[in-house]
Write a protein that binds this ligand. Sequence first.
Ligand SMILES: C[S@@+](CC[C@H](N)C(=O)[O-])C[C@H]1O[C@@H](n2cnc3c(N)ncnc32)[C@H](O)[C@@H]1O
Length: 278
Amino acid sequence: MNDKILVPPIKCQGIKTKLIPFIRKNVNRDSKGIWIEPFVGTGVVALNIAPSKAILTDKNRYIIKLYQGIQNKSITSQSVRCFLEYHGKELERFGGEYYIQMRNEFNKNGDPLYFLFLNRSDFNGMIRFNRCGQFNVPFCQKPNRFSKAYITKICNQVDMMEKAMDGKDWKFECCSWQKTFAYASANDYIYLDPPYIGRDTSYVGEWPEEEAIALAEYAHETPANVCLSMWKENEFRKNDHLFQYWSDFTWYEQNHFYHIGAKEANRHPMIEVLAIKR
Ligand SMILES: C[S@@+](CC[C@H](N)C(=O)[O-])C[C@H]1O[C@@H](n2cnc3c(N)ncnc32)[C@H](O)[C@@H]1O
């Protein structure tokens, strides 16, 4: 298998880029089955597994819209370049005020290009919405964020994403994870990377314990194979949920650093587990 790691145009806290070799090594699937990700996030895992058939879903409709746009070619590296060059210059002129203006606009128009602009110029590439669904991550405080080289890097990532999907049967959908499970049958492989339980990260909405428990139940009941990514422990804490609900799966472990997140505990090494059903 190709060792190169492809990097998508979107960033998020908990992005699995660094864990790709570990995931590739341990995921053993029937390549005729469907690769299913109910929490696709940035898409980095699907991008690097490169299945011919995939169902990629998330509650974040802006990521889904962006990837649907790249897939149907209504969003191209050229349209991204024009957008980022124009707004990048305005950002350089007006600084943080312009970032807030773009964020306010985005919270009204929901445009995936605005989402990309914000994601690539916000604090630490975070994705966070308040309870009313408004994107609320602050500015990275670098008015010259969109340098020529940075725009080219993002455009290359968009291009690469387009090529990765080309000719493949990938379906992107904004929906609940419960709905995504209903697509799965015996030869399929479900990769689960839900929001972190017991750690202070808010993606879209919340991830209450009842949802985490329901997810474990669905994962056990589905006829498909399942691989869960989840933190196990660090020097301060242990993830009781993993031990309580996933201990009958086979665990593969790796040390991992989460660089995103202001909290002290997030900067310490974490043991990350892949819990695989069979
Ligand atoms: C840990 S992130 C996934 C990261 C992804 N594997 C990556 O490497 O980029 C969790 C994702 O779950 C999504 N999410 C949160 N709650 C959800 C829900 N109830 N239903 C579906 N998706 C949800 C978030 O929008 C976020 O993209």
